[in-house]
Design a protein around this ligand. Structure first.
Ligand code: COA
Length: 437
């Protein structure tokens, strides 16, 4: 590997919608055995947005808490890149909205990257190159992955929905993760495994084919990275994968384990032990939130930082990022040596503790209201803001209106409270091991 300036993730912060539905509730309401969703797909719950949350508010929340928690001067942010496949406008990027909502300086480049769930990884690599080029200028880049995963009601993809955003601060003091300087291990193939035409609010997917494409891209990129980076299986303390649903990470790990077992002529640690040690610990947050498309790999990273301490200090992790269509990449990085700096700062645990559970009827009602809210020219929701969060207030004269966390002026007049569904916060289960059958 090349020796060059350290660069990577200095801070990471997560934003998650306030409501969720348990996959067992969804299964029972649709006449499916809950074990199919719990064990067969590996999920537990999925985040559901209200009409007042959208990819922009999620991105802004994640970025605002990132800047607050890591005490970043907004004037020092020189670039914001948003990786998303849930864009709210065909021209104006989410990054421009976020720039305004966070009151960043004009001398800041803003744009979105899109390639299904690979968008944020493209953004991360671009931000890293930009940071290395501008070292010495003390300017940081912010990369945000934000998405709402939506499939049709009653479709096979429905239990793999979710929503959320992950914001990452990129710089040359990467206390969280130094990205290794190795040649790119990328793979692109023009396939129709998952897509969303402009006229659709839900994704279309050739489910089984998408699993094949994912695994083919994994094999290509993993083999390439092993050849060109000089790293091998034993160098990775954890292996993280893109997680459209947790069982997919299990399938991905199984493939890599088989490749390595073949290479070692069978003289290799057992699958169960290897999986429980290397990959399972990174999946607990994905089980709670569901698929967040471009952010799902980085949600795994944040979950790991939250649940592990000294064990992870200075550990090298392998990452596999996959975006349907398709583009994929394998890369690696080394966690910072001081868990006191990165442990418990992602915001996941607080966000999960504070959620409200929906029943099936409430979930359907929220979907219907969210669709109406986003439609061009639809009504403008009147939001009472307490100044703590960003809210989407509707479309007015074809312009999206947002209530800013720090200003109530954008939310005038005040009429209804942002809480769409009444209920009590539900406690989250602590990270637990789950073996698939
Ligand atoms: N108890 C336990 N497991 C059960 C079960 C039950 N009662 N019923 C089914 N299962 C298991 C199946 O055996 C299968 O496991 P396997 O994959 O290890 O064989 C799993 O649950 C899924 O069942 P399946 O019948 O294959 O599900 P499906 O036809 O409903 O579709 C997906 C599954 C993943 C294809 C679908 O959810 C989808 O399209 N998802 C979105 C696409 C996606 O995320 N692609 C990933 C690439 S980015």
């Amino acid at each position: 590997m090349n020796q060059e300036t350290r660069c990577g993730i200095e801070g990471i912060s997560v934003a998650i919608p306030k409501h969720f539905i348990d996959l067992g509730t969804l299964a029972k309401a649709t006449g499916i055995d809950p074990e199919k969703f719990y064990k067969g797909l590996g999920g537990r719950r999925m985040a559901v947005v209200t009409p007042l949350e959208d990819p922009v508010t999620l991105a802004a929340e994640a970025a605002r808490t990132l800047l607050d928690r890591y005490r970043v001067d907004p004037a020092g942010v020189g670039m914001v890149i948003v990786g998303s496949e849930s864009g709210v406008d065909a021209a104006k990027p989410i990054a421009a909205y976020v720039h305004g909502m966070l009151k960043l300086a004009p001398q800041c480049r803003t744009f979105d990257t899109q390639h299904a769930c690979y968008g944020a990884t493209a953004a991360l690599q671009m931000a890293r190159n930009w940071t290395l080029r501008h070292q010495g200028e003390c300017r940081k880049a912010v990369v945000i992955a934000t998405d709402i995963a939506r499939y049709d009601v009653g479709s096979a993809g429905e239990p793999t929905q979710g929503a959320g955003a992950v914001a990452m601060l990129i710089g040359t003091e990467p206390e969280v993760l130094t990205i290794d300087s190795a040649p790119d291990a990328v793979y692109t193939e023009d396939v129709m495994d998952f897509w969303r035409p402009h006229y659709q609010s839900t994704a279309m997917v050739d489910g089984k084919y998408s699993l094949e494409c994912y695994l083919r891209a994994l094999e290509h990129t993993y083999r390439t990275y092993q050849r060109t980076s000089g790293l091998s299986w034993d160098d990775y303390r954890r292996l993280l994968f893109h997680v459209p649903f947790p069982k997919m990470a299990y399938k991905a790990f199984k493939l890599l384990h088989e490749l390595e077992a073949d290479r070692h002529n069978g003289d290799f640690p057992s699958f169960e032990d290897s999986y429980d040690r290397l990959s399972e610990p990174a999946l607990w947050a994905n089980r709670e939130v569901g698929n967040i498309y471009s952010g799902s790999l980085y949600l795994s990273l944040a979950g790991l930082l939250e649940s592990e301490g000294a064990e992870l200090e200075s550990a090298r992790l392998g990452f596999f990022s996959y975006g349907s269509g398709c583009c994929a990449e394998f890369f690696s990085g080394r966690i910072g040596p001081d868990s006191g700096i990165w442990r418990g700062r992602t915001g996941i645990s607080e966000a999960l503790e504070d959620r409200v559970e929906l029943d099936y009827e409430q979930y359907i009602e929220l979907r219907t209201k969210t669709d109406a809210m986003s439609r061009n020219g639809s009504f403008r929701e009147r939001v009472r803001t307490n100044g703590e969060h960003f809210w989407f207030c509707g479309v007015d004269d074809h312009r999206r209106i947002y209530a800013s966390a720090s200003s109530s002026a954008a939310a005038k007049p005040l009429a209804t409270a942002p809480s769409i569904v009444a209920g009590s916060p539900v406690a989250v289960q602590s990270p637990a091991m789950q073996r698939f059958s």
